[in-house]
Design a protein around this ligand. Structure first.
Ligand SMILES: NC(=O)c1ccc[n+]([C@@H]2O[C@H](COP(=O)([O-])OP(=O)(O)OC[C@H]3O[C@@H](n4cnc5c(N)ncnc54)[C@H](O)[C@@H]3O)[C@@H](O)[C@H]2O)c1
Length: 440
């Protein structure tokens, strides 16, 4: 039976190792340098939250098809899924984990092995970072090994299903490598497996998230324009989407998560002079938390004074993930302006600034509440409930989730981000933004 070693047992590597063992019927060794991850797995427990993953892990550990180790062991294939964080100062990818993981293979690699990089990386990483390291094994990557990049597209929360059913790209350093990579993933992937070269695979993955970032930036720019022109961006979006070839995304308080807010930077890193639209989109989306704070300044009777409730801290609905979440910056900026901020999120348990434990606590005596995350729980907010907790409340809905008219009829002003009609005589003072990235 083919043996594979998965290097890095995080959100991507652990489910991948489990699925290779469970569905691919391969002998899998999961490797992680974090002793706590390994210790927990030795006890049969997983360290990440993902529906169905614990049960699947228990199954393969008990069957003996998955074992764990702190170091790579000899195998037929190695799959690397280590972090590739963004360096916030330089806005470049930190590839040190990829380099170290590749180095860790040198003592176990043998002729005929397959090396797969799953981590998201700037274009050229396989050729410029991995191949020179692999050469140090004494093997020629083109003659003696198969080397591919196969990026991951899964969404946390549905990883087990998507790993199996999504289509997957396999980009090789040559055609034979790509075909060998395809053969490995055919053990469990039911979607299409599309072969290409490594650099194309690297860029394709990045451009998928860049596409979303740029389109969200367009929607956000529309929202800003509408608040200046006194037009409702949501109505423009609704009407424009009747065009058979137009699909406007939704404006919002900015983008978060580990992909859309980060991957475009890797494209900019690869082609800094030409990636102008991509850079501008990053700037527009990165500035949205500040725009939301300008909205708040306009709606509050006195800038920097009063109670503000922030509803939702996660970067998207019904999850506990706060990575790169615009809410964190909104809380920080409002607090530093002088507002008294109370933030509530039903899912996020890790402590965050201004956190309170209940919705009631957040809303009591607030002057303004901002809906930042469209968690399902907030859909059931009613004017009566809010009025029972606060005297003259105003709501800023950055997600267009509340029925503003209904609240207005009940005596509560709801302002929807991007609906310039509601602003009437109020003019939001968006300060001039210098053409630079220092705001992000
Ligand atoms: N999380 C996602 O939804 C997602 C989606 C698509 C792509 N990706 C990409 O996949 C890659 C991995 O992301 P993640 O979310 O799984 O990261 P993660 O931080 O959850 O897990 C990475 C794991 O790698 C381990 N590690 C680091 N260096 C190691 C080494 N040298 N040897 C062995 N283990 C090592 C860490 O201890 C950690 O447990 C990143 O490039 C990310 O951008 C992630």
């Amino acid at each position: 039976m083919e043996k594979i070693c998965v290097i890095g047992l995080g959100y991507i590597g652990l489910p991948t190792a489990i699925v290779f063992a469970l569905k691919g019927k391969l002998q899998v060794v999961g490797v992680d340098t974090n002793p706590q991850v390994i210790e927990l797995l030795h006890q049969g427990k997983i360290h990440i939250k993902e529906p169905g993953l614990q049960d699947a892990c228990t199954k393969v550990l008990q069957a003996g098809s998955l074992s764990v180790s702190r170091r790579p062991v000899p195998a037929d294939a190695f799959v690397i899924a280590v972090p590739t964080p963004l360096n916030n100062e330089t806005k470049q990818a930190n590839l040190s984990y990829v380099a170290k993981a590749t180095e860790s293979l040198l003592s176990v690699l043998k002729k005929g092995d397959l090396v797969v990089l799953e981590s998201t990386v700037p274009p050229g990483t396989v050729a410029e970072v991995m191949l020179p390291i692999l050469q140090r094994s004494g093997l020629d990557p083109y003659e003696d090994l198969w080397v591919v990049h196969s990026p991951e597209r899964v969404i946390p929360g549905n990883i087990l299903y998507e790993l199996e059913h999504n289509s997957r790209i396999v980009g090789g350093i040559d055609k034979e490598s790509a075909l060998r990579g395809k053969e490995l993933y055919s053990s469990f992937v039911k979607g299409d497996i599309l072969v290409t070269d490594a650099k194309t695979a690297e860029l394709t993955k990045l451009m998928e998230n860049t596409f979303r970032d740029v389109n969200i930036a367009l929607a956000n720019e529309l929202a800003l324009i509408c608040s200046e022109l006194g037009v409702d961006a949501w109505e423009v979006r609704r009407l424009a989407n009747y065009h058979p070839r137009v699909n406007f995304l939704s404006p919002g308080p900015g983008v978060g998560g580990h992909c859309i807010a980060i991957d475009p930077w890797f494209v900019i890193e690869g082609s800094p002079a030409l990636a102008r639209l991509i850079r501008t989109a990053r700037m527009i989306n990165g500035e949205m938390p500040e725009r939301v704070c300008h909205y708040v300044d306009t709606l509050m009777p006195k800038v920097g004074k009063g109670n503000v409730a922030v509803l939702g801290v996660a970067y998207k609905p019904d999850v506990d993930d706060v990575r790169e979440s615009p809410a964190l910056r909104i809380i920080e900026m409002l607090s530093s302006r002088g507002y008294s901020v109370r933030a509530y999120d039903p899912y996020v348990k890790d402590p965050f600034e201004a956190q309170v434990g209940t919705l009631e606590e957040a809303l009591t005596d607030m002057d303004l509440a901002i809906v930042v995350t469209d968690h399902t729980e907030f859909q059931s907010l009613t004017a009566e409930y809010i009025k029972s907790l606060a005297c003259h409340p105003v709501i800023l809905d950055t997600r267009h989730m509340l029925d503003a008219e209904q609240f207005r009829r009940a005596g509560i002003a709801v302002y929807t981000l991007g609906n310039g009609r509601q602003l009437q005589d109020k003019q939001i003072a968006y300060p001039e933004v210098a053409a630079g990235l220092e705001h992000i």
